[in-house]
Design a protein around this ligand. Structure first.
Ligand SMILES: C[S@@+](CC[C@H](N)C(=O)[O-])C[C@H]1O[C@@H](n2cnc3c(N)ncnc32)[C@H](O)[C@@H]1O
Length: 210
């Protein structure tokens, strides 16, 4: 779904403090930079609530949110800049296609894919964040026992992803077809997730180990 352009948000990006403007500069040094031993990367963070709230829940761990849409990025950046209670949190405005340039081999402990765009038409399947090319990059930057946690409301994207993960050689650790039917205080909800849960839609979740 294309987000409409929000001028103030796009303009805000120029002055955003939380934004890492040259992420490749920190390649291999993110843990040192954030002062953490465990590093999470959320790809396609939208308006940013997930990484922000997870960074508060796990103040010792580092979180890097990535978003390519400039309006969503501007909203996230302003939110992060204004929140004085955030944890170890950084933000990259960019396309995850470049993720290999930003992170070194085995640098990341957890990758989060939350309610990724489904790209339902087959001709756009390569844009899905759980498609083969992305999974190859994730495999490269994930630590030895690193994992990918994926949540979605979209059954077709979920089915597609299960096959892609398996083909790419990941090992399934968890799978859940109605994740929020049980309380999960250890994992906060994203903006999209809150809406789906309010509509009583099931949340599909899987966790894969490298
Ligand atoms: C459906 S929204 C979900 C937002 C948020 N994760 C949530 O659950 O509320 C998907 C987001 O992923 C972003 N996205 C899609 N492909 C991306 C890519 N290649 N790199 C970075 N962000 C991407 C989109 O711009 C959009 O903001």
């Amino acid at each position: 779904m294309r987000m409409r352009r929000i001028k103030w948000a796009v303009d805000y990006l120029d002055q955003a403090l939380c934004l890492v403007r040259k992420p490749e500069k920190y390649k291999g040094k993110w843990k040192q930079q954030l002062g953490c031993e465990k590093l999470h990367v959320e790809i396609g963070c939208g308006k940013g609530n997930y990484s922000l709230n997870m960074s508060k829940l796990y103040p010792q761990e580092g979180f890097i949110a990535v978003e390519k849409n400039e309006s969503a990025a501007g909203i996230t950046a302003k939110k992060y800049d204004e929140d004085n209670e955030k944890g170890k949190l950084s933000f990259i405005h960019g396309d995850a296609e470049n993720i290999d340039e930003w992170f070194a081999e085995k640098e990341v402990d957890v990758i989060h894919l939350n309610f990724s765009d489904p790209w339902p038409k087959n001709r756009y399947a390569k844009r899905r964040l759980s498609s083969a090319k992305f999974l190859d990059s994730y495999k490269n930057i994930l630590a030895k026992d690193g994992e990918i946690q994926m949540k979605t409301d979209n059954a077709k994207l979920f089915a597609f992803s299960l096959i892609e993960f398996q083909k790419a050689g990941f090992l399934m650790k968890e799978v859940d077809l109605d994740y929020r039917s049980e309380p999960h205080p250890e994992d906060v909800m994203t903006e999209y997730e809150e809406k789906f849960v309010a509509n009583h839609q099931p949340i599909y979740r899987c966790v894969w180990i490298r």
